[in-house]
Design a protein around this ligand. Structure first.
Ligand code: PGA
Length: 257
């Protein structure tokens, strides 16, 4: 029997909201709206310091982090290790987000973090995406390299733990002069990503969920889910609004029937 891949709607809160109180209210409000959801996996990735409290609010809302340090306990001022996150009850960890890459994170750094996260029991959400698109279609090579280096040394046995999120930087809500990506853009890249994953992992690659992220909102989610060739969405800005985020989750659930 073919294994059914569960769709996932994942919130990337980035460095929001300002207080724990607001964070708790947001998760409580989402939890109230999703009591009938059965087929869609729901994850929220808040800042580190809210993880412990938020994880206890709803069994339906899985908690993820936005980064993880690839080292054991020790002299790493300011860092939080993958193992600490796992022991706290965190499941997912967003790695290689373009906003972290903009701070200097390289594909090699992301590779170390993915390895440490898997070893600790976390499920990495690897973000890939190009800053711009050019007519020579060079951005395909960039995505290929991101996948190759970030997933280097990862074994086939770990594929069920990995998610790849395609996030074109030019479509992210906070990018200056941003423009909308279409479901076609998403599908084209999802196919390319899946091909590269298949070349590396063979049929085990089918266990890797591919997501789209970049200004998804309650109006566009359905189109990306239906026509974007993806297994879910990574949602930034719209995930900070309980009503919008819940609508995105319900849209996914309705399409899964
Ligand atoms: P956005 O963010 O939905 O606000 O564009 C997505 C992301 O950066 O993960």
């Amino acid at each position: 029997m073919e294994k059914v891949i569960k769709k996932i709607i994942c919130a990337n809160w980035k460095m929001n909201p300002l207080t724990l109180k607001e964070a708790e209210k947001l998760v409580n409000d989402i939890a109230k709206n999703i009591t009938t959801i059965k087929k869609t996996e729901i994850a929220v990735c808040p800042p580190f310091l809210y993880l412990e409290k938020l994880r206890k609010i709803s069994k339906k809302i899985i908690i993820g982090a936005q980064d993880a340090f690839p080292g054991d306990v020790g002299a790493f001022t300011g860092e939080v290790s993958a193992e600490m996150l796992y022991l706290l009850g965190t499941k997912y960890v967003i790695l290689g987000h373009s906003e972290r890459r903009a701070l200097g994170e390289t594909n090699d750094d992301v590779n170390k973090k993915i390895k440490a996260s898997i070893a600790s029991g976390l499920y990495p959400i690897l973000c890939v995406g190009e800053r711009t698109r050019d007519e020579s279609h060079d951005y395909f090579n960039l995505i290929k390299t991101q996948l190759e280096v970030c997933l280097s040394g990862i074994s086939k046995n770990s594929t069920a733990k990995i998610i790849v999120a395609y996030e074109p930087i030019w479509a992210i809500s906070t990018t200056p002069d941003r423009r909308d990506a279409t479901a076609d853009d998403s599908r084209e890249m999802a196919v390319f990503i899946r091909k590269n994953l298949f070349d590396k992992f063979g049929k085990d690659a089918t266990q890797i969920r591919v997501l789209y992220g970049g200004s998804v909102n309650e109006k566009t989610a359905g189109d990306f889910l239906e026509n974007g060739g993806v297994d879910g969405l990574l949602v930034g800005q719209a995930s900070l609004d309980a009503k919008k985020f819940s609508t995105i989750i319900k849209t996914c659930e309705a399409l899964n029937k």
